[in-house]
Design a protein around this ligand. Structure first.
Ligand SMILES: [Fe+2]
Ligand SMILES: [Fe+2]
Length: 473
């Protein structure tokens, strides 16, 4: 169980390590200042129906109740240590999992933790203004739940930095509160985390596509030979599942509403659909194209010697490493990646060890496609002929084998001129963003929803949909 009598709730017996406890208690007010400055705008007085972790068990870890967000009990929760755990892959396979940082991997491991940690506050900053245009109290509550949990994910990484990396770790923990999403001088580390999320369609897409990248990165770190990292990532994964649910169900509800309006008014033309105050399916497809391609860049280059090193040294595994049945060393295995050659996209077998980014990305794509298939059942059920499709993996890429090439959604290689003349058909334009922003307006009456989105099938924690999820006084 988690100790909530402490100033910093935790299940790591923080009280027995006074130096660490003092370091974290010094970081805590800086975190709260960061939350006030860059967290959800105008939210500090609201009472929000939030869940808080009460234990790290798979079932029943969450306790629901009304909380003012600055009073949320951010803390440090790791799944319990398994003293028999061994390193499941790489050169150290079979050795006892590390309980302290191996000296030779110290800087690499610190960089992995900092890069993951940096995405957590970044996403809170990106989503700062969304509460002002929430389509319902239900959605406002879900946004805030995601935000407080991303804040907790920052705590998870900062604990590792402060507990295991000494002075460098403390400096990195401070720097995590100093960088800002979109700031030209001190931006967040990864590109996809520097664009503001301007409206709720983008938020739901981000939670579907980009939080799911988070899931896969955490799943591979949950296999790490560095046991405290593995244990903290395992608990973070339980929170990430909710973020992906918010994204998938949010997009589904927008599709549902649009298809209902198309059916009721017998319209198909995007301009007529827009005139009825809902988001045309063609525009939703463009947002799928954008968020999917931007998120694929987060996996890095398909072929990467860094990825190979992380694996052989036991720092970062594959998703579900312990369930895979190969040698867990990949000494002679191959994996097929794709590249552009002679104006065409061709397959290329490479050593599997170097293709671990591509492999993790391909695992991700399978899950993304399954969700897209679920979205496609909505127009099918409502008699609307439109179907969504994922663009080619090379479409709109900035990183890896397709960077610098112009690939259509169906995988044709184009000249730059041809790409430029078609780009607005495939990616959201400023006008598309402006149209969607024109639909956004805050709806705060319990049980009411903005015109562009359908109500959810059920409420939170068995509460009715019309429950007052956020109280304004
Ligand atoms: Fe997160
Ligand atoms: Fe998340």
């Amino acid at each position: 169980m988690i100790d909530y009598t402490e100033r910093i709730p935790n299940n790591v017996d923080l009280a027995s390590d006074k130096t660490l406890q003092r370091a974290l208690e010094r970081w805590q007010p800086a975190f709260l200042n960061w939350w006030t400055d860059t967290g959800p705008a105008s939210s500090s007085q609201l009472q929000v129906y939030l869940r808080t972790a009460i234990s790290v068990d798979r079932d029943g870890w969450a306790n629901f109740g009304f909380v003012r967000m600055p009073d949320y009990r951010w803390g440090i929760f790791l799944v319990p240590r398994d003293d028999n755990r061994s390193i499941p892959f790489g050169d150290h396979q079979g050795q006892p999992a590390w309980q302290e940082v191996p000296g030779e991997y110290r800087s690499t491991l610190r960089r992995i933790i900092v890069t993951q940690g940096d995405t957590e506050p970044a996403s809170v900053e990106q989503q700062r203004l969304l509460g002002m245009t929430a389509p319902s109290l239900y959605d406002l509550r879900n946004l805030f739940q995601v935000n407080v949990e991303e804040g907790r994910h920052l705590w998870a990484m900062v604990y590792l930095l402060q507990r295991y990396f000494g002075r460098d770790g403390r400096e990195e923990a401070e720097a995590l509160l100093e960088r800002r999403s979109g700031d030209a001088n001190k931006p967040r580390i990864l590109t996809a985390f520097n664009d503001p999320i301007r409206h709720w369609l983008a938020f739901f897409m981000f939670a579907y596509f980009t939080d799911r990248d988070g899931k896969f990165q955490l799943a591979s770190l949950a296999e790490s030979g560095f046991d405290p990292l593995a244990r903290t990532c395992r608990f973070m994964l339980t929170e990430e599942a909710h973020h992906m649910f918010v994204g998938e169900s949010g997009v589904a509800r927008a599709i549902q509403r649009t298809c209902e309006v198309m059916r009721d008014h017998k319209v198909n033309d995007p301009a007529q659909v827009r005139a009825l105050g809902v988001i045309d399916l063609e525009t939703i497809q463009k947002f799928i194209n954008f968020h999917y391609s931007a998120t694929l860049d987060l996996y890095g280059s398909e072929v990467s010697s860094n990825a190979a090193t992380y694996y052989t040294t036991g720092l970062k595994g594959r998703a579900s490493e312990t369930k895979l049945t190969d040698d867990h060393k990949l000494a002679s295995a191959e994996y097929t990646v794709h590249e552009v050659s002679g104006g065409r996209i061709v397959p290329k077998p490479v050593p599997a060890l170097t293709a671990l980014n591509a492999r993790l990305r391909d695992d991700y794509i399978r899950e993304i496609q399954a969700g897209l298939d679920r979205w496609n059942r909505i127009p099918a059920q409502l008699g609307v002929p439109f179907r969504f499709a994922l663009p080619h993996v090379g479409f709109n890429r900035r990183i890896g084998a397709f960077a610098g090439h112009h690939i259509t959604p169906d995988g044709q290689v184009l000249s730059e001129a041809d790409w430029k003349s078609h780009q607005q058909d495939w990616l959201p334009s400023l006008d598309d963003h402006a149209f969607i922003e024109s639909l956004m307006g805050r709806v705060v009456e319990p049980g009411k929803f903005a015109n562009w989105i359908a109500p959810p099938v059920r409420g939170v924690n068995n509460q009715p949909v019309e429950f007052e999820y956020v109280r304004f006084n």
